[in-house]
Design a binder for this molecule. Structure first.
Ligand code: ADP
Length: 483
């Protein structure tokens, strides 16, 4: 089956979040299962620079009034790419969605509408006798118009899937842009493109796609409620039968404690503790914490934003310190949260330390050297850091939401010896609930046989893409019109 991914990010060329990792990580796993997958992305400067051309260049003319455009066939690593090279739309400084001043590009509807239009064109008769997809799998709002364009195609149409990586981002534009997108006014309807009087890219994707997926089973249920639905809960309830939650995988080669070059000592699930101890001492040194192998060391590796619930940790942090624990924080984001952690570090030198900025090698050392990683998210569609933590034998302390709920098994409060436990999970979105979870974690930490068994169990969990890819293939087969 030929499957076309449509996405606005792909690792390692363009990444602002987990989306890029999925778009790069899932296709190789699908290929292993016999799928023929290509990824259509915009020709941003970084994509044009990093692309290795492998095929002919196809002239497309003026796609949606975005100037002369071409389709390039190429690759990055193992990944087969199709690149929409439209300099008027994508040859700019700044990020994929916003300019250097941080403001969204005013023509984002055209930039991503063009991507969707070309995806549908590729699947139609005019796409020529080239590689023609049987199914188009779009990711997030930037691909939302794909199934809308597909619905207008005469004759045989490809099957369509839309994946929601984060429902908070919806691609909502004034209805006045509709003519720019060459979509007929009759589609501007509640049963179509319309979302609260505006044009909704993600809404369109959710309305017209054959199937909808999101990145964890719990998030799939949550987005059908008022609290998490961002106004789309009604539509998602109506489409419940077509909505599937499939947990993301992780890159088990990049994140592998037996081979990770960023660690001072490598280790495996059979004998993790000497290696973890060496990494812990190195981590304490890096952060200027007291070099104490027995102090329980908690870490945070995260964007410091409200969604991640880290304001709760600032409130609950004294629990850790009272019990002799240490805290190391890596991340940047909202100034209020940054300042909260900075103040704690100033107040507790040698016990709390903070590094702002993005530092991939340090994130690896932290996953290896820490005892526990704290993720008290308000919302978490899937989350990756808890899965990295499990693989590195670092116990996740997480709120029961989204993918956190689906990937961490709680060492229950009443039964610390819970024989399947891989972490500590709490329910309520408040500092007391987190403080209690931290207390439970420290109790477990001091009960070495239980803690060691839990660390080993955590490290044996399988979060590779293999299982999830099989679920996507089953979904594709249920809707594909041709093999
Ligand atoms: P989100 O996509 O909401 O930011 P995820 O847990 O899905 O959260 O993914 C976050 C990714 O970014 C992980 O790979 C994590 O290791 C990484 N990360 C976050 N902050 C930093 C940082 N300051 N330095 C290095 N890596 C970071």
């Amino acid at each position: 089956m030929r499957v076309l991914f449509v996405a606005s990010e792909v690792f390692p060329l363009v990444k602002t979040g987990g989306l890029a990792d999925v778009v790069a990580g899932l296709p190789p796993a699908l290929t292993q299962l016999g799928m023929d997958v290509r990824v259509l992305v915009p020709g941003y400067p970084k994509v044009m620079d990093g692309l290795e051309l492998t095929g002919k260049v196809v002239r497309l003319g003026n796609v949606l009034g975005g100037g002369a455009a071409r389709l390039l066939y190429g690759r990055v690593g193992e990944l087969q790419l199709l690149v929409l090279d439209a300099p008027q739309l994508y040859e700019r400084g700044g990020g994929p969605y916003a300019g250097p001043d941080g403001r969204d590009w005013p023509d984002n509807h055209r930039r991503f509408g063009a991507l969707c239009d070309v995806a549908a064109w590729l699947a139609g008769p005019e796409g020529g006798n080239r590689w023609r997809p049987d199914l188009i799998h779009g990711h997030d709002w930037q691909s939302g118009l794909v199934p809308a364009y597909v619905s207008l195609m005469p004759g045989r149409r490809p099957a369509t899937v839309t994946t929601v990586h984060n429902l908070a981002y919806q691609g909502v534009f004034s209805k006045e842009v509709l003519p720019d997108l060459r979509l007929p006014w009759r589609m501007f309807d509640v049963r179509g493109l319309e979302f609260n009087g505006h044009l909704g890219f993600l809404k369109a994707g959710l309305w017209y796609s054959d199937k909808i997926t999101t990145v964890s089973p719990t998030y799939a249920r949550q987005i059908q409620t008022d609290t998490y639905g961002h106004g789309l809960e009604g539509l998602l309830q109506d489409r419940d039968a077509d909505l599937h939650g499939i947990l993301n995988g992780i890159d088990t080669e990049v994140w592998d404690p037996t081979h990770d070059p960023h660690l001072v000592a490598r280790y495996d699930a059979a004998e993790p503790f000497a290696g973890k101890r060496a990494n812990k001492l190195a981590l304490q040194t890096r952060f200027g914490l007291q070099r104490d192998p027995d102090a329980p060391l908690f870490v945070v590796i995260s964007r410091l934003v409200g969604m991640k619930g880290l304001d709760l940790l600032i409130s609950a942090g004294t629990t850790l310190l009272r019990r002799g624990a240490q805290l190391a924080v890596l991340g940047s984001g909202e100034s209020k949260i940054e300042q909260g952690f900075d103040a704690a570090a100033a107040h507790w030198p040698g016990r709390v330390a903070v590094r702002h900025g993005y530092d991939e090698p340090l994130a690896h050392l932290m996953q290896a050297g820490a005892d526990a990683i704290v993720i008290p998210s308000r919302t978490e569609p899937c989350g990756l850091t808890q899965m990295y933590g499990l693989r590195y034998g670092t116990i996740p302390v997480v709120r029961r939401t989204g993918g956190l709920a689906d990937s961490v098994i709680d060492a229950s409060a009443h039964n610390l010896a819970h024989e399947r436990a891989t972490g500590v999970v709490f329910n309520d979105m408040d500092a007391d609930a987190l403080a209690w979870a931290l207390e439970r974690t420290i109790d477990l930490y001091h009960h070495k046989p239980l803690w060691h068994a839990m660390v080993r169990r955590a490290m044996q969990e399988d979060f590779s893409w293999r299982k999830s890819a099989a679920r996507y293939v089953a979904l594709y087969r249920s809707i594909a019109r041709a093999e």
